[in-house]
Design a protein around this ligand. Structure first.
Ligand code: G
Ligand code: G
Ligand code: NA
Ligand code: MN
Length: 256
């Protein structure tokens, strides 16, 4: 209850910031940054940093997620325009969407207007959605996802493989990428089952014309295994942690 009042105040006075974690693609012997994932942070007036895991569920329950989510999308578009203008023309930003936002029929038009306003071309913005969030109200989600895609956004399934859902949604949704959940990555050096699952997910995705992202890469060995298994993009603490905008900008300039 106290948290709800605090969160309402935070929404009103925009006590939020975005941190960014790079995604990399192998280019010959080097790893090049191709995208950053926007990660929401709540900076309270006491300067404390609160993780979205602690307030997104409440924001979903109360519907505040729509306003918070709109702030996230607008801030990410503003930041990406700046980065594109500063020479990082091919950078993409991935934004997490929650189930409630997939029921918001007005979202695609707002996204289209923001992309236009900030001069962002097709694929510059990507939305990450989970299997469970799309399966909550699949019919509504399909309509919103089709419209987002038509607006020029790309779409990826986050935490792929953990949603207890059938694979049939893969042909129903206009997807671009599958992001393999970190639970299949953490023990991939020792667990042959995890390696088999990642390998199968890569073939499935590639046969469907989708790209594969591995998240939660925490070691050089994992990076090597995942690249060898055909993952197209990689993300994790081993490559770069989530950073505030200024710090990730320095990182991007030092790692062209
Ligand atoms: O950054 P962190 O590990 O604390 O993220 C915790 C969870 O919050 C993750 O599942 C992540 O996808 C989610 N998350 C991060 N930023 C956003 C956001 O802007 N919107 C939504 N809906 N979820 C987010
Ligand atoms: O649910 P989602 O995949 O969007 O969660 C994103 C969160 O995962 C980020 O907030 C980030 O802090 C966390 N994360 C990013 N890289 C790693 C990693 O290599 N290991 C672990 N354990 N968490 C990570
Ligand atoms: Na994500
Ligand atoms: Mn994920």
């Amino acid at each position: 209850f106290q948290l709800e009042a605090k969160l309402r105040k935070a929404v009103a006075s925009e006590e939020f910031e975005l941190w960014y974690q790079p995604l990399f693609e192998p280019q010959g012997d080097v790893m090049a940054v191709c995208a950053v994932e926007a990660l929401l942070r709540w900076r309270t007036i006491d300067g404390e940093l609160v993780s979205p895991g602690e307030f997104i569920p409440l924001a979903e329950e109360t519907g505040m997620i729509v306003q918070i989510g709109d702030w996230v999308i607008a801030e990410a578009c503003r930041q990406l325009e700046k980065w594109h203008a500063g020479g990082l023309e091919s950078l993409r930003i991935a934004i997490n969407l929650s189930a409630r936002q997939l029921r918001d029929k007005g979202l695609p038009l707002r996204v289209e207007q923001l992309m236009k306003q900030h001069g962002l071309g097709a694929g510059a913005i990507e939305f990450e959605i989970t299997e469970s969030s799309v399966m909550e109200e699949p019919t509504q989600a399909i309509a919103v996802l089709d419209a987002l895609k038509a607006s020029g956004a790309s779409l990826s399934i986050d935490d792929f493989g953990t949603g207890y859902s059938s694979l049939s949604y893969l042909k129903l949704f206009p997807l671009d990428r599958l992001k393999i959940d970190r639970s299949f990555v953490s023990d991939i050096e020792h667990d042959a089952n995890d390696a088999a699952i990642v390998g199968a997910a890569v073939s499935l995705a590639h046969n469907l014309g989708l790209r594969v992202v591995a998240e939660g890469v925490e070691s050089a060995t994992q990076l090597e295994r995942l690249t060898h298994l055909g993952c197209d993009e990689l993300q994790g603490y081993h490559l770069c942690r989530p950073l505030p905008a200024a710090a990730v900008e320095r990182f991007l300039r030092d790692n062209p």
